[in-house]
Design a protein around this ligand. Structure first.
Ligand SMILES: Cc1cc2nc3c(=O)[nH]c(=O)nc-3n(C[C@H](O)[C@H](O)[C@H](O)COP(=O)(O)OP(=O)(O)OC[C@H]3O[C@@H](n4cnc5c(N)ncnc54)[C@H](O)[C@@H]3O)c2cc1C
Length: 367
């Protein structure tokens, strides 16, 4: 594409949603994605009721996604467990399915999606790519996601620096017993220095995702599979589910997830989206919600204020993130501490409205 008015870096949920909004607003948009094929990104695959509503605003029908309905959240900590109905129907769906639908919608709307383009740097209104090209546009939308982007450091909260958090993911093949155990719930298994989230997905398999401190992985010799075996031995309910794991498949891993970080500001012409705008603890299941909400707000800011609106957009988004981030951080820290995780689960089973309040309070609001 020649002379784009907007360049979006990264075609994950944030970038693809921004591209859809931009082209619908009449902006000539170039969407750059480093992957040649849409993969199954490391993520829990839980789409909240608000994320589903935002998807429908983007023109993607929830029924067409074909994910598994999720109607309840189940917590496990030691011998305790609790179950609470979600405020509304949510979904378990693979990132391959979700990202494919978003990218197809962006292309259909008129965005130029170029795959296999690895952006390496941003300078002024230009982006450089690994093959040496320099592309310019009045507005850049940085949506490179969880892997970080050179020149845009994302520092975790000070208390995490000494013991950073890693993300792990293992797919559990579909099995009738696993279907019965998990059903239409999203499960959160709390353990010392981490949690595992489990939800069924469109093909009947289940996605097991962990956020765990590095020290815990080190205790297992730095081997994700060894950590999972140790957790299965120590936590019978998790062990019951892990019995269905296919250990011949690799455990996907990502290091140094800067939970709780957010971008406080930006410069004119640069809109930061999704995980490049802020990283909410994944236990809240709101990362994709933030990706959509940030894309929506950035497009509105660009339409009304042009490139100069980027700093105000970033500041306003940071303000919208403050409360959900604070509550998600609090719940996560209580959940990963063995001294408080049991109490949290007991509270959840005795006061279900509190769980529903927390689920609402950790959504990005204001649109
Ligand atoms: C363990 C874990 C579990 C999670 N579970 C959930 C959950 O269940 N529900 C939920 O809502 N959120 C969850 N999240 C959070 C969620 O995955 C992220 O918040 C969400 O993926 C952010 O979307 P994004 O578009 O900003 O980034 P990403 O999904 O990371 O997408 C970024 C895209 O940019 C591309 N890209 C990267 N670098 C470049 C480059 N240099 N040039 C070009 N393209 C590039 C990538 O290939 C990718 O396609 C979880 C996160 C973790 C770590």
């Amino acid at each position: 594409m020649t002379d784009p008015q907007a360049i979006v870096i990264g075609a994950g949920p944030a970038g693809a949603a921004a591209a859809i909004g931009l082209v619908r607003a009449g902006t000539k948009t170039l969407l750059l994605e480093r992957a040649r094929e849409t993969g199954d990104a490391l993520c829990g695959g839980f789409l909240s009721w608000r994320s589903l509503a935002r998807l429908e605003k983007l023109g993607i029908d929830r029924a067409a996604l074909g994910g598994q309905d999720v109607t309840r959240v189940r917590l496990f900590a030691g011998r305790r467990s609790s179950e609470t109905a979600l405020p509304a129907r949510a979904m378990g769906v693979s990132r391959r399915r979700l990202d494919s639908a978003l990218q197809a919608t962006a292309e259909k709307a008129g965005a130029a999606l170029e795959r296999g383009v690895h952006t390496t740097a941003i300078e002024g209104g230009s982006v450089q790519t690994r093959d040496g090209a320099v592309l310019s546009a009045p507005a850049l939308f940085l949506a490179a996601g969880k892997h970080g982007f050179r020149g845009f450091p994302r520092e975790p909260a000070p208390w995490q620096r000494a013991d950073p958090v890693m993300g792990l993911r293992l797919r559990l093949p579909g099995h009738a017993t696993l279907d019965r155990l998990v059903g239409d719930a999203v499960e959160l298994h709390l353990f010392d220095r981490g949690y595992a989230g489990l939800v069924r997905q469109e093909d009947g398999s289940a996605n097991l995702c962990l956020a765990v401190h590095k020290s815990r992985l080190d205790e297992a010799g730095g081997e994700p599979a060894a950590l999972l075996h140790a957790l299965a031995d120590a936590h019978p309910q998790l062990g019951e589910r892990l019995a269905f794991a296919d250990w011949s498949r690799d455990v996907d891993a990502i290091g140094h997830v800067p939970y709780g970080w957010h971008a406080a500001d930006s410069v004119p012409g640069l809109f930061r989206l999704g995980d490049q705008a802020g990283v909410i603890p994944s236990l809240a299941g709101e990362g994709i919600g933030l990706a959509f909400a940030s894309a929506d707000a950035a497009v509105a800011a660009w339409r009304h204020g042009g490139a100069g609106a980027a700093p105000a957009f970033q500041g306003q988004l940071a303000a919208r993130m403050a409360r959900p981030f604070a509550i998600a951080n609090l719940v996560w820290r209580a959940g990963e501490n063995p001294r408080t995780a049991g109490g949290l689960t007991l509270l959840a089973s005795c006061v279900p409205p509190l769980v529903r309040w927390a689920m609402h309070a950790t959504r990005i609001r204001g649109d």
